[in-house]
Design a binder for this molecule. Structure first.
Ligand SMILES: Cc1ncc(COP(=O)(O)O)c(C=O)c1O
Length: 389
């Protein structure tokens, strides 16, 4: 049993123990992490993060400059998502952002409206949110392109519906739901529409300029009420950095409380948690300023190129195929003949950290993934496929 020492160890002793205990962790630059939506944080953002460790956004009166930087960074993200009027916060991740969205939607709704229409492809955080908030998730199926079936969405709406969720970059395949249609449905039925772009938020805005398929998914669409966009995924920010943006301040009002005792003075707080890392917000601000649209566009372009290389390699292989042509830098690999569970187990035994969904293996081509990692993975995949075929 672990017991706390009476007398502390020296820093060196602790560091030695730590070195050995941390050995079991994987590192992004090992080239083996192919199933994570997080990545190695940008070095500049790490530097800024460390500089701002003591900043607490839970008491903004003490740290007004940090609070203003958070607002500025939110406005910068707002401009990326076609709405400089939007407001919101940096939170612990996409999960908390999704909870915030449904929390706001519930508090703005009428008492009997307690149903949320959610695509079956939604991230599990939306079910957590519904559970926490006493809402009933109404699951709707997908069309053949793995997008939410909008006819099914319309049919699922009742007098008890308060919100619809659409996804811009599904967790399993990176697919984008038809958000323009969802926006119209939301407007017609006067419903709250939350778009989960936790992954896609830092990818899709650059597609048009990169000559890739253009998707409308953001505040340009009048029915969109809020958007989850996570800097700690494709935004390259240090963990934790999720983002929740509301179309306007009125939507966020539903979750704000007055806090009167804080050392920094009376505060209106509209987050789930109190104490919050200012370092996350400042690091995001610094990174957005440093990389600019051009920097992010280059990163997205690199990931999309590698995702294409991977997808082409899979297509050429006998025994496995693509679930669907990748929309973003997420590649789904399936097999009609082989057991994907066995395939995944063997890949994992070779050290590949890939994700396994019920019918496919998912590779997320994040910025830490390099060309030789993709080639090595394809080689191992081919070997294993031949072995078990
Ligand atoms: C679409 C989507 N939304 C939300 C989340 C949750 O994000 P987090 O793990 O940062 O809470 C994820 C995580 O993969 C996701 O893919």
């Amino acid at each position: 049993m672990e017991e706390m020492h009476e007398k502390g160890l020296s820093k060196n002793q602790v560091l030695q123990q730590l070195e050995s205990k941390l050995k079991a962790d994987l590192a992004y630059d090992s080239g083996k992490i192919l199933g994570s939506m997080c990545t190695k944080a940008h070095e500049f953002a790490e530097q800024i993060y460390v500089k701002c460790l003591e900043k607490n956004l839970g008491d903004p009166g003490l740290f007004p400059a940090t609070a203003e930087l958070e607002n500025e960074a939110i406005r910068l993200l707002g401009s990326l998502l076609s709405n400089t009027e939007s407001c919101g916060h940096f939170v612990s991740g996409g999960t908390e952002a999704n909870i915030m969205a449904l929390w706001a939607a519930r508090n703005l709704s009428r008492e009997k409206q307690r149903e949320v229409v959610i695509p079956v492809s939604a991230h599990y955080s939306l079910y957590k949110a519904a559970d926490l908030l006493g809402l009933r998730p109404i699951k709707v199926n997908l069309n053949e392109q793995f997008q939410v079936d909008t006819t099914a969405v319309k049919e699922a709406i009742t007098s008890e519906t308060l919100a619809i969720v659409g996804i811009a970059g599904t967790t399993d395949l990176g697919v984008v739901d038809p958000i323009p249609e969802l926006s119209e449905i939301a407007m017609t039925n006067e419903l709250y529409l939350h778009v989960d772009a936790a992954f896609g938020g830092f990818v899709l805005p650059f597609f048009k300029e990169l000559g890739l398929a253009n998707f409308d998914f953001d505040f340009k669409l009048p029915g969109v009420s809020s958007i989850t966009i996570d800097p700690h995924k494709m935004g390259l920010a240090p963990i934790p950095a999720g983002g929740i943006l509301f179309r306007n301040g009125a939507l966020m009002k539903g979750v704000s409380v007055e806090v009167s005792y804080l050392a920094g003075g009376n505060t209106e707080q509209s987050t789930i948690v109190g104490t919050r890392p200012g370092a996350s917000a400042v690091a995001v601000w610094a990174l957005l300023m440093h990389l600019g649209r051009e920097g992010y566009k280059t990163i997205v372009n690199g990931c999309m190129d590698l995702a294409r290389t991977l997808a082409e390699g899979v297509e050429r292989m006998d025994g496995v195929s693509l679930v669907t042509k990748p929309v973003m830098n997420i590649v789904g690999i399936k097999s009609n003949r082989l057991d994907v569970d066995v395939l995944a187990r063997k890949l994992r035994r070779k050290g590949w950290a890939i994700s396994l969904f019920p019918k496919h293996i998912r590779v997320v081509v994040m910025p830490h993934v390099k060309l030789d990692h993709v080639h090595n993975f394809l080689k191992d995949l081919e070997k294993i496929v031949k072995e078990i075929r």
